[in-house]
Design a binder for this molecule. Structure first.
Ligand SMILES: [Zn+2]
Length: 416
């Protein structure tokens, strides 16, 4: 990691005067008032993190009453570690417990190369490990989501439709899922892809600002509620419900819908055959079961799977899209798995090798390998379809109509 010099120096009173006593108090310019803040876990279980700052920032540990002004070197930065429960960077202690780092100005601080708006919260998770969480207002967050989720050439109305879906999803997660933990969202495909300031584009900024405050809601008049407004890349013509895909309670706007050939402009609308050896599938299912068990904190039944001998459809939804598969192992034990889990297991550790793009396929089981045929779509296929939205935008639809068509029975409301 290179030698660290006096990496951090507490600044003297001069800085306080220079800044006019501008220590952030958790609001102000960093986290604007009125716009909901979402907590995005950008790094998980780190043993160290490189902090680079081009201007002073403010650090506050759990024990500090007020934030302390701190200077990190711009290059090569400083390595921050958690040693015996205490934070240390470049030999300088920074207290214990949760540590908050607030940039003096947006864009001046990066953690492990991730430069985000808002502030960074470093949360101990045990044994010298910590998560890095970015507390950021939902609109700044979305500006760094849309360009990663959508192609740069796509229509402005498709961007705006996704801004509304993404905003609803993020706020819902912060109100419901995040209540039980120190973060609301992951920064990868487990939630929405998010890469911070570096990924922002003029198109993403315009789409977020043009729709600021607007979310999609469902319920009787006067009692509309936001919901987990899922979206995915390409539905392949038929969606699946969030109930079938994830085990959520059934909600009509997240049900199964026939979208015809709307997203047939995607090259994943039809795919296959994809051929993968049973030996390779066995490795991938084992790796998936291990990781999924760790994530869920309890052993998955698939941990007992002795290789993969056959995969076949077990149940299709009312539109004919498979939602459950049987996976039979070499001991002739049969495991029933969600199509969504089968997709992720097959894609697990594919390392650029052949894989399936959705759980919407059929199979031909051969002696040594499985052929995945009649594939349709890309992603989980629940809720809004990005390629359907792009097609509708190309046909001249307004973003409001795109959102409601993708979440039938809903209406748009203002959340802030
Ligand atoms: Zn679609």
């Amino acid at each position: 990691m290179g030698e660290l010099r006096a990496a951090i120096a507490l600044l003297v009173m001069g800085l306080m005067l220079l800044c006019g006593g501008c220590a952030p108090q958790g609001g102000g310019a960093v986290l604007p008032k009125g716009i909901p803040v979402v907590r995005v876990r950008i790094l998980q279980a780190c043993s160290e993190a490189r902090i680079v700052a081009t201007s002073p920032l403010w650090a506050k540990s759990q024990a500090d009453l007020t934030p302390q002004p701190v200077s990190f070197p711009a290059a090569p930065g400083s390595i921050l570690k958690l040693v015996n429960g205490g934070w240390i960077a470049g030999g300088v202690p920074l207290g214990s417990g949760e540590l908050t780092l607030t940039p003096g100005r947006a864009g001046t601080v990066s953690v492990e190369g991730r430069c985000c708006r808002g502030r960074y919260r470093l949360v101990p998770v045990g044994q010298g490990l910590f998560d890095v969480v970015n507390d950021v207002d939902v609109d700044s967050y979305l500006k760094g989501v849309l360009p990663v989720e959508l192609y740069s050439t796509w229509e402005e109305e498709a961007y705006k439709a996704l801004a509304i879906a993404g905003r609803t999803y993020a706020i819902f997660e912060s109100k419901v899922t995040g209540v039980r933990r120190a973060y609301d969202l992951n920064s990868d495909e487990r939630s929405q892809m998010y890469k911070g300031i570096a990924s922002e584009t003029s198109k993403s900024i315009r789409a977020v600002e043009a729709t600021a405050g607007v979310v999609v809601a469902y319920g009787p008049p006067g009692q509309e509620r936001i919901f987990r407004a899922y979206y995915s890349s390409c539905c392949g013509g038929k969606t699946q419900s969030s109930h079938d895909a994830f085990g959520d309670d059934y909600l009509p706007p997240l049900g199964e819908f026939d979208r015809g050939a709307t997203c047939s402009i995607s090259n994943k609308f039809n795919w296959g055959p994809v051929v993968i050896s049973k030996a390779e599938l066995s490795k991938r299912f084992a790796a998936w079961a291990k990781r999924k068990s760790e994530q869920e904190g309890q052993p998955r039944p698939e941990l007992r799977m002795q290789g993969v001998a056959r995969i076949e459809q077990a149940y299709v939804n009312k539109l004919g899209r498979p939602v459950l598969f049987y996976v039979t192992d070499n001991a002739n034990l049969r495991f029933m798995m969600r199509a969504e889990d089968v997709r992720l297991a097959i894609a697990s550790e594919a390392n650029g090798g052949p894989t399936v793009y959705s759980g919407y396929f059929n199979t031909i089981n051969e002696a040594e390998r499985i052929r995945f045929i009649d594939g349709h779509g890309y992603g989980h296929g629940v809720g809004m379809c990005q390629w359907c939205a792009q097609r509708q935008a190309l046909l001249g639809w307004r973003h409001e109509d795109i959102v409601i068509a993708n979440f039938p029975g809903t209406k748009l409301i203002r959340a802030y």
